[in-house]
Design a protein around this ligand. Structure first.
Ligand code: P6P
Length: 337
């Protein structure tokens, strides 16, 4: 059996960097930092079930501190590696009310900012359902040398430089996109490296899986209900009825649909007209990745990536997935986006 040359994440990002002679290596460095933090989170996520069985509130680490709640732990890991790296001037996180300015000499001169949801779907840990980290990278709009400002974070999603997620599931996979494509890397625990396992991911134009929380059905708008009806009806032309899959971890649902084709919906409801999901560090990165892979993402009226954010934690309805399914949805919504 020929031992196939498998590229690690670092080898891949350095190869990508060589394609741009002017590249400084900062983006490759930032992705390496994210990979490192995710490996540390992966260790704790894998232990979480055990801790629950032991009834313990968490390990005591070498400094004698109680290990923080997993969300906080993940947040501190991603914040820490980016603060001590060479590529990031500041971060915003679902776990933190405000942006964090990395006010040191190196970071002030870094050209990127990063936003992330450190552990999306963490309520699923107790029942061993996969969860994920979502991240989004922009070039700062303020001049390097000074501290970042809120304007560096409130950029429309189309200006992302890179975006990605890590899924801590049956295996741990890191998927990221730049304008050159979407690539997936599975963690090889035996060597502690992410290895290229899903090169050049393309979102199938059609799919037969739809993801939505049916528990909110009676709170959805009539056009959304109409589309859900279509998903459930026998229909030779679109291969209906579709299969319904809803994991409760958006990263996993979107990842499955990215690979197999499908649509994920978190519509607005009468109780929450803007839905539940966050624009900056959940919807924008996933929308960027799915669009690079050939799919589509809207809020039901416009492309997610065109939305001008007005505050860090704003929410948006989200419809994301295969082109043909998104077209069916738009027909029900009476829009063409
Ligand atoms: P609901 C997890 O909390 C999350 O943000 C997404 O990962 C997931 O798809 C969604 O919320 C589930 O929300 O309201 O359907 O339970």
């Amino acid at each position: 059996m020929v031992n196939r040359q498998v590229l690690t994440l670092d080898e891949f990002t350095i190869r990508e960097m060589r394609a741009f002679p002017k590249a400084t290596g900062e983006l490759a460095g930032l992705l390496r930092d994210i990979g490192l933090a995710s490996k540390r989170v992966n260790v704790e996520v894998n232990k979480a079930g055990l801790v629950d069985i032991l009834g313990d509130t968490g390990d005591v680490n070498v400094q004698g501190e109680m290990v923080k709640k997993l969300d906080d732990f993940a947040n501190s890991q991603f914040t820490g590696v980016l603060r001590h790296g060479i590529s990031c001037a500041g971060i915003a996180s679902e776990e933190l009310d405000d942006m964090v300015i990395f006010d040191n000499e190196i970071s002030r001169n870094s050209k990127y900012i990063c936003m992330f949801d450190p552990l999306d779907g963490s309520s699923n840990i107790d029942v061993n359902v996969s969860i994920g980290t979502i991240f989004s990278v922009y070039r700062r709009v303020t001049e390097p040398g000074g501290p970042v400002t809120i304007n560096d974070f409130l950029q429309p999603g189309m200006r992302q430089v890179a975006a990605g997620y890590i899924i801590y599931g049956s295996s741990t996979i890191l998927v990221y996109a730049t304008k050159r494509g979407v690539n997936g890397f599975t963690l090889d625990q035996s060597i502690g490296e992410y290895c290229l396992s899903h090169p050049g991911i393309k979102c199938p134009q059609s799919g037969k899986i739809y993801s939505v929380n049916h528990g909110n059905f009676f709170q959805y708008s009539a056009p959304v209900k109409k589309y859900i009806d279509i998903c459930q009806k026998k229909n030779k032309s679109n291969g209906g009825p579709y299969t319904q899959r809803y994991i409760g971890s958006m990263v996993s649902d979107v990842h499955r649909n990215l690979i197999k084709g499908g649509i994920f919906m978190y519509p607005g409801t009468t109780d929450k007209p803007k839905g539940k999901l966050r624009l900056l560090y959940e919807c924008n990165p996933l929308a960027y990745m799915v669009e690079v892979a050939g799919g589509k993402a809207t809020d039901g009226t416009q492309r997610i990536l065109e939305k001008q954010p007005s505050e860090l934690h704003e929410r948006t309805p989200l419809f994301i997935g295969s082109l043909n399914m998104m077209a069916e949805l738009e027909e029900c919504l009476g829009v063409k986006i």
